[in-house]
Structure formats: structure tokens, C-alpha cells
Design a protein around this ligand. Structure first.
Ligand code: GLC
Ligand code: CA
Length: 542
């Protein structure tokens, strides 16, 4: 493995800047706040979490219609988050701790307040008219086609502009007009944005909705889906259409755009891109690495995120993806981000959410690939209850975006002021300060997993083979490198399971258990191996 390929073995931690740490007491997280909390992420010792990189969700100037994913200036910092100097300081302090920095690149759309769009909408003959997707109404005055916004409550993907008599496309909110990637000037402008941040020292990009940039130039209708009762969420729509030809995304030209991004990155040392590719077909997803691995370095896999809590479902998804990846491609594994219900809530069934979240942590951190964690996941944070009058996101995602819980004080150590989203009462117990001291806490489990992984070549880069003779509900796999052989066994049921792996070895050494009271170190028999209810184990084979 090339030494430069840090992104193949590191662990990436996603920061949602608005909710991580508020440095000036205005209730909104900011860049100086992040800098002040870097030691939690990695201070070089196992007292810290031990991540290798952070990915920062957008902190750019924005009207905040979509909390920063509507960008009005790609090369600045929103005053709520600080200044470019604050950004430079954050990068320097992160690098000093060996933490790489990824920033969010949002190339599919801008804010409707971006000067590019203001110019584009000013007149039909504006030199930037073609930078966005404008189309005439149908003869009866209706929108150009049947495309819908990804956000159900935003309705159609088209908004009519009275002044110039045309519709513009927005795959998300009407405040987020889509750029027209068929225009070479748009491509050149985004190259400049990338270079701006690369020159400032960022280690790469997370590319927002990477699959959306290219669409049918003829703007043909999507195949119709039976909508049934009520609105169909974007996720369900994608699930129903998976594998079908859609005209509003995943157009073949997207691969040329991604190859162009890759060429820009390769003019620098050691930089990378991870794409958000919300396509629910694994073969299509694998195509985003490119034929010669010349597109994205890593691809976020939402098929994995959407699996039910079933051992067989996860095993199948992982094995299938591996069978489809082109040679040299490397997967990324994650279960949480700022758009999805948190694991501790999503997989909870009658109060086992925490136990399952611990098993999920072990899976993400021991599979072959690059793990991505989302802030608060290391505390087992659940979705927060948001009182009706505090709901502010268009797509109901506030519950997974409430402030990071640093301590048990009223502002949770996040802010000395009024937090922009409410802090749940549970923060009094569920917080970094309390969990740091408790060896049985979720945070202690995450620290052990990350630092163990750092010391294990088998986990970082070794081979992976799933075992198929397991009892129902058990996902077990081997990770091996040289003579280091690890067996990972994850019990997805609430019952104890027995699995005879005596053929591998009569006994092994218990390296890690997700059960808070089961201490590592002892010998465990393998003929049979006993795995407790909702328990995950890492066992070293002789
Ligand atoms: C991505 C982001 C999400 C945002 C959307 C539009 O899916 O993760 O938060 O709303 O793109 O930019
Ligand atoms: Ca602030």
C-alpha cells in the first residue's frame, strides 16, 4: 500500500460545524470552537478518540435555507462560523495533531443568492444564463418535465421565473438552483474552487450529491412511479427506481466530471475525494470509482446504511459490494450522518438501541474499508426530540443535528448562550466528560476500537472473508494480514448464539467485546464460540 494513501486506513470523523462547539457564545458552533476541541478527536494518546481525519460540513457564506448546503460564496467563511484566518488556524492545529481535513464541496447547486445565479436570472441573454438549467414552459404553461425535488415538501424540481419567463431546475429547495455541468465555464469555475481550498492545505473533499451533477440534456421525463397515498420520500423514490433509467441524475457524463475532479486532485500530493452517491444499486455505485480507479477515491454507500438490523443483510451487502468493486477500489463504511436518524434510535427495538449501537460500532470499525463516524456517535447519542415550534429543517433532520454533548452543564459544554437547536435533557448523563471516566461507556468502547485498529495491520488493510456457516443472526468474518488473524463475530439477535469454529483453532484470545463488563485478555474457546445477546467480539487466532 502506498504510504500516501492515508485515506485507505484512516478513520474519518464528520463534524457538523453548527453543532460541534460554539466558541463565542452566540449559540451556533464555529471554527474556533472546533479548534478548541481537537484534542478530543486526537491528542496522540488513547485518552482521545484517535481519528485520522475530519470532514467539515459546509461553513461557507450562505443564507442557510439548507443550513449551508446553499452556498453563496464557495471561497469564504460565513461570519457565524468565523473567518478564513480561523479556518487556516483550524487546519494548522489539526495537522499538528496528525488530523487531515476534508471540506464539503457542493458542486451540484448554489444558493439562489450566489452572484452567479443573480447574474444568470437577470436576463435571458446574460453571459451566465447557461450556468444554470433554464427551460421554457410546456405549451400549456406547465413545468418542462415531471422531475421532483429530493425534498418531498419542496414539490417540483422547477420554479418559474416571472421576469424572464422560464423555469429553473433545483434538485433540492427552490433556494438551491442546480448548476448546468454541460457548460465548460461551470467546470472551470469549480476547478478554481477546488484549487482554492487545496492551496490552503485541505486534504480533500466530500462531494455533495456527486451522482446528480449530470442529467439528461434533453430533460426527458422520469419513469412514472405509483405514488400511492401520501408523499413518497426521496429515499423511497430512489429505492423504487433503483436500477431503472432516470433522467434527472446519474447521467453517464457524471463520470467525465469526476475524472476531471480526480485530475485536479492529482496535481497535489496525497489528496482525495469521497462522494455522496445516493444510488441504491451496488453495481452502479461501484462504477463511481471509475474503470481504472480514476474517479472517486471513496464512495459513501447508502445501501449499507439502509439495511435492516439483520446479520445476513449486512453480510450480503458487504460481500456483494466487494464482488463488484473494480481492482484497486476501496470501500467506505458508515451508518450515520447529518441526514439520517442516528443508529441508537434507528435500530432500537424495545430499549436495545445502545447495545446494538455498540455492535454497529464494532462492525464499521473492523470491516475492510475506511470508516466514517458522525459527531456524537461516539457517545451513543440518540435522535433528539424536537418540540414542534423548534423544527427548522425542511426535511425533518433536526433530530440528528442537535449540539454535541460535551458535559452535563445546561449548554452541554457546547455553548454558554442559547443553542440554535435544543439540547436534550439526556445530555446531563450522555456527554464526553461523564463517558471519559467510565470504562464501560460508549466513548470508551470507541476509543478502544479505534486504537486497537490503529495497531492492527489486519484491520487497517488486511484481507476480509465472511464466514457463511454461521447460525442465523450472526455475522462473522476473518481479517488477516501476514500471521495476524482476527475473527470478528457480531450477534444481531437478543439471544446468546453458539458457533462452532473449532476448525480454525481450539481457542483464541479475546481482544475486544462490546459488552461493557466483559474485559479483554482471556482465552475463549472456539469449539463452540459463545457470543452473548447483542454482543460483538474480536478474537485473535493463534
Ligand atoms: C446532501 C447533504 C444534505 C443536503 C443535500 C443538498 O444530501 O448531505 O444535507 O441537504 O445534499 O445539498
Ligand atoms: Ca458561535
Amino acid at each position: 500500500m502506498a504510504a500516501g494513501e492515508w485515506w485507505r486506513h484512516g478513520v474519518v470523523y464528520q463534524i457538523y460545524p453548527r453543532s460541534f462547539a460554539d466558541g463565542n457564545g452566540d449559540g451556533i458552533g464555529d471554527l474556533p470552537g472546533i479548534t478548541s476541541r481537537l484534542d478530543h478527536l486526537n491528542d496522540g494518546t488513547p485518552d482521545s478518540l484517535g481519528v485520522d481525519a475530519i470532514w467539515l460540513s459546509p461553513f461557507y457564506p450562505s443564507p442557510m435555507a439548507d443550513f449551508g448546503y446553499d452556498i453563496a460564496d464557495y471561497t469564504g467563511v460565513h461570519p457565524d462560523f468565523g473567518t478564513l484566518d480561523d479556518f487556516d488556524r483550524l487546519v494548522a492545529e489539526a495537522h499538528a495533531r496528525g488530523i487531515r481535513v476534508l471540506v464539503d464541496l457542493v458542486p451540484n447547486h448554489t444558493s439562489d443568492q450566489h452572484p452567479w445565479f443573480l447574474e444568470s436570472r437577470s436576463a435571458r441573454d446574460s453571459p451566465k444564463r447557461d450556468w444554470y438549467v433554464w427551460a421554457d414552459p410546456k405549451p400549456d404553461g406547465s413545468p418542462p418535465n415531471n422531475w421532483m425535488s429530493t425534498f418531498p415538501s419542496a414539490g417540483r424540481a422547477w420554479t418559474f421565473d416571472e421576469a424572464t419567463g422560464q423555469w429553473y431546475l433545483h434538485s433540492f429547495m427552490r433556494e438551491q438552483p442546480d448548476l448546468n455541468w454541460w457548460d465548460p465555464e461551470v467546470r472551470a469555475a469549480m476547478d478554481d474552487v477546488m484549487r482554492f481550498w487545496l492551496d490552503r492545505g485541505v486534504d480533500g473533499f466530500r462531494i455533495d450529491v456527486a451522482h446528480k451533477m449530470a442529467r439528461d440534456p434533453e430533460l426527458r421525463d422520469n419513469p412514472l412511479v405509483e405514488l400511492g397515498e401520501g408523499e413518497l420520500s426521496a429515499t423511497e423514490l430512489e429505492a423504487r427506481l433503483a436500477g431503472q433509467q432516470r433522467f434527472d441524475q446519474n447521467w453517464p457524463e457524471v463520470h467525465e466530471i469526476l475524472r476531471r475532479f480526480r485530475r485536479t486532485l492529482e496535481q497535489y500530493d496525497d489528496r482525495m475525494a469521497v462522494g455522496e452517491v445516493y444510488l441504491l444499486d451496488l453495481a452502479t455505485l461501484a462504477g463511481y470509482y471509475g474503470q481504472g480507479v480514476d474517479e472517486l477515491h471513496l464512495v459513501h454507500n447508502f445501501v449499507f446504511v439502509r439495511q435492516p438490523w439483520k446479520a445476513e443483510a449486512f453480510r450480503q451487502t458487504v460481500d456483494e459490494l466487494w464482488s463488484l468493486l473494480p481492482p484497486g477500489a476501496w470501500p467506505a463504511w458508515f451508518l450515520s450522518n447529518h441526514d439520517h436518524s442516528r443508529v441508537a434510535t434507528r435500530y432500537d427495538e424495545g430499549g436495545n438501541g445502545q447495545a446494538r449501537a455498540r455492535v454497529a460500532a464494532m462492525m464499521v470499525l473492523t470491516l475492510r474499508g475506511t470508516p466514517f463516524l458522525y459527531q456524537g456517535e461516539e457517545l451513543g447519542m440518540a435522535d433528539s426530540e424536537i418540540p414542534a415550534d423548534r423544527v427548522i429543517d425542511i426535511d425533518g433532520r433536526d433530530a440528528e443535528r442537535t449540539p454535541m454533548q460535551w458535559d452535563g452543564s445546561p449548554g452541554a459544554g457546547f455553548t454558554s448562550g442559547d443553542p440554535w437547536l435544543p439540547i436534550p435533557g439526556s445530555a446531563r448523563e450522555v456527554n464526553v466528560a461523564a463517558q471519559r471516566e467510565d470504562p464501560g461507556s460508549m466513548l470508551s468502547l470507541y476509543r478502544r476500537l479505534l486504537w486497537y485498529r490503529r495497531g492492527s495491520a489486519a484491520l487497517r488493510q488486511g484481507g476480509y472473508r465472511s464466514l457463511t456457516d454461521t447460525p442465523g443472526g450472526l455475522y462473522a468474518y476473518l481479517r488477516t494480514e501476514g500471521d495476524e488473524r482476527l475473527l470478528v463475530a457480531l450477534n444481531f439477535t437478543g439471544r446468546p448464539l453458539r458457533y462452532d469454529v473449532g476448525a480454525l483453532a481450539p481457542a483464541g484470545r479475546l481482544e475486544l467485546s462490546t459488552h461493557p463488563d466483559r474485559l479483554p485478555g482471556g482465552q475463549v474457546g472456539l469449539g463452540p464460540l459463545e457470543v452473548g445477546p447483542d454482543e460483538g467480539l474480536v478474537i485473535r487466532l493463534p
